[in-house]
Design a binder for this molecule. Structure first.
Ligand code: GLP
Length: 253
């Protein structure tokens, strides 16, 4: 795949807390302008500080999710919504149980659907019927994955069932009692699904993400680094702390 005209806007923050505040500002501004906005949400260790910030602002009366809806990026196949390591459980624990987002508009793929392929198709259609995602939050994997789109994922891929790489399974084992408990497949929004969001914010913190961030922002645009495919989109912001930005040739503050 050849290069594209777009470069992500890059915001480098002094700390991960400052980065979380910037992302929370983007969502709060959106919800003020469009209270019924469709929010794209992510899991992982990185966004937890952002969700704490959402909850704090909600408790202070600065932001309301009452008319909003949300779609999470992904879910492990085989885990029910009540499984403590499911992404649905994670979202309830970190956000949904603490704000006024209506439970029936907080969407996460059903990991325990009898037919996971059908669930992936249903999820893709639900995103389209909602009118599309206004602002999608992403993290990034060490191998450049976004959501569970592992290297090799097609630029036009849709929500589907995928196999996780050994590296991703190893990385995510920290959330489970043992590596054997980490599911090996997941339902994930596709790269093409993500690229249809009106705006995208990729949040990365910590030096261990610096290589993946540099490859995504400044390397070749290639399916080998799924996050680099975000450069097909004109409205992408990378919000980074200094450590995650340390591999960039051209970081601006
Ligand atoms: C998982 C999720 C991704 C997330 C990545 C990095 O694989 N599917 O959406 O970006 O982990 O997570 P962390 O923020 O914990 O580094």
């Amino acid at each position: 795949m050849t290069s594209t005209p777009y470069s992500p806007k890059i915001i480098v923050c002094e700390s991960d807390g400052a980065a979380a505040a910037i992302v929370a500002d983007l969502y709060a501004d959106l919800l003020r302008d469009k209270p019924a906005a469709v929010l794209g949400l992510a899991t992982g260790g990185t966004p937890t500080a952002t969700y704490r910030e959402f909850v704090r602002r909600y408790q202070q009366g600065d932001v309301s999710f009452a008319r909003a809806s949300s779609f999470n990026l992904d879910e492990y196949v085989g885990l029910s919504a009540d499984h403590p390591q499911s992404f649905c459980y994670f979202m309830r624990q970190h956000l949904f149980d603490h704000v006024d987002l209506s439970a029936d508009r907080a969407n996460v793929p059903s990991g325990d659907a009898i037919d996971a392929d059908a669930e992936a198709r249903r999820y893709e259609e639900a995103i389209a019927s909602s009118g599309g995602i206004d602002l999608q939050l992403l993290g990034i994997g060490h191998n450049g994955h976004i959501a569970f789109n592992e290297p090799g994922s097609a630029r036009n891929s849709r929500t589907r069932v995928v196999d996780l790489t050994d590296e991703t399974i190893r990385n995510n084992a920290r959330f489970f009692d043992s590596i054997d408990q980490v599911p090996t497949t997941a339902i994930t929004m596709g790269v093409g699904t993500i690229l249809e969001a009106r705006r995208i914010v990729l949040l990365a913190t910590g030096a261990d993400k610096s290589e993946a961030v540099a490859a995504a922002a400044e390397g070749s645009v290639s399916e080998a680094v799924p996050a680099s495919l975000l450069r097909h989109h004109s409205e992408v912001t990378f919000v980074l702390d200094r450590a995650a930005a340390s591999g960039l040739r051209s970081a601006t503050g």
